[in-house]
Each structure stands twice: as structure tokens, then as C-alpha cells.
Design a binder for this molecule. Sequence first.
Ligand SMILES: [Zn+2]
Length: 241
Amino acid sequence: MKRVFATIFICLIFFILYCVTSIPVKGVHVLMYHAVYDEEKGEEPYGDYSLFVEKKEFEKQMNYLKSVGYTPIFLSEIDNNKYEKPIVITFDDGYENVYTNAYEVLKNKKFKFNFFIISGWLGDPYVTSEQLKELSNSEYVEIGSHTVSHVKLDELDYKEQEKQLKESKESLEKLLNKKINTIAYPYGSYNKDTLKIVSKYYDYAVSTKPGLNGNNKNNYKLKRYNIPSDMTLDEFKELFK
Ligand SMILES: [Zn+2]
């Protein structure tokens, strides 16, 4: 009798293990940041305040991701990575404070991130070409395009869109001597023409639509969660429940 119970018990354990390990992944989180300012250095947000996350707050968010076992990967690795809990951290617009503030936090944690650059807007308040080259050479940074001049793509005709998408890719590739395969649509704006053109020049494109990127994702309409300046740590944690 004891042996029967022992067999049932072992079978039950295997069944539970099977259930736990075969839960389908709901999808990959992609986080969208813009700027990180450091109050300790006396910095203040400017322009669109909602885009500026304070450095300490940003650090707390990254600490949380680490504590619950997320591994930041590049956007270009979203279909091919070995991690149980991959996540993609992105910054739009190319602000210099990503280089001076966020990079330090991320590098210390060995966290990878994607940085989307407006190719025609380099230099104060954005990164200089020298800073961009340095970032591009880092094993933790993947540079992507954010068009030439931060336009709403769906308001442009096919030809103008192609110019924005192709020229930004080419000028970044020339500057960084590297393939540029990822793009973030400014204002999350795109239409059918955009999708046709991006598939010619890029492998992955991110929107501003919130949500997870699961098995049925479209690699030219990837979803992202915006992290605004006033998001509390509890609200941030909610994204991962
Ligand atoms: Zn932007």
C-alpha cells in the first residue's frame, strides 16, 4: 500500500513540474523611456516633463527587474534568446542624458538597451556623434533609427516616408560602421506604406501601443509600455503581474 502511495506521490510531483514548466510565455515586455535626469547633479526636466524619469527612480525600476529575474536583451534578439524572462529596454529621441545618466545605471547591471536616434538631430540636448560612437561600441547598446527629423510618418506620402526611413538608416550606418536593423516610429505613427518600406530596410520596428509581444506578434508593430515620469514603483511593478 505504501508503495502505491509513493508512486502516486511521485507521479503528482512530475505532473506539477510539467504544468509549471510548460506554461506558455505570455510575451515579451518592451519598455519605452525617453530621458533620465539626475536631481543630485541639479538637473531638471525640460520640454515634455512627462518623458523625464529621475535617475534614482530609474535605478529602482532596474533593481526591481533584476530582483525578479528579468534579463534585458536587444530588440534584435527578441526571436532568438535563451532567457526565461527576457525584456527589452528602449530609449527614444537620443537625449544626451541617456549617455550621461542612464548608461551608467544600465552598464553597472550589465543590462542591454536599445537607443533610437533621430539621425538629423545630433548634439545638445541630444548625444554628439562621438558619444553615439562610444555607445555603439558598447556591448550593452544597440542603436536604432528614429527617422531623420522626428516626423509623423502617416502624414507623409510614400516617397517622403522612404526618404526618412532609408536616409536615417544609411547615415547612422555610415557614422557607426554597423548595420542598423531596428526603428522606433516617432509618435507611434505609421500606415500601410510605412510597413511596406520598413520591411525593405529593417528587421524590427516598435510602436507606442502598450502590450506584450507574444507568439502572434508582428515584428513591424511591436508593442511597448511607456514609462512616464510620474509612474510610481508600485505602478511599474504592476506591469509585470
Ligand atoms: Zn520620439
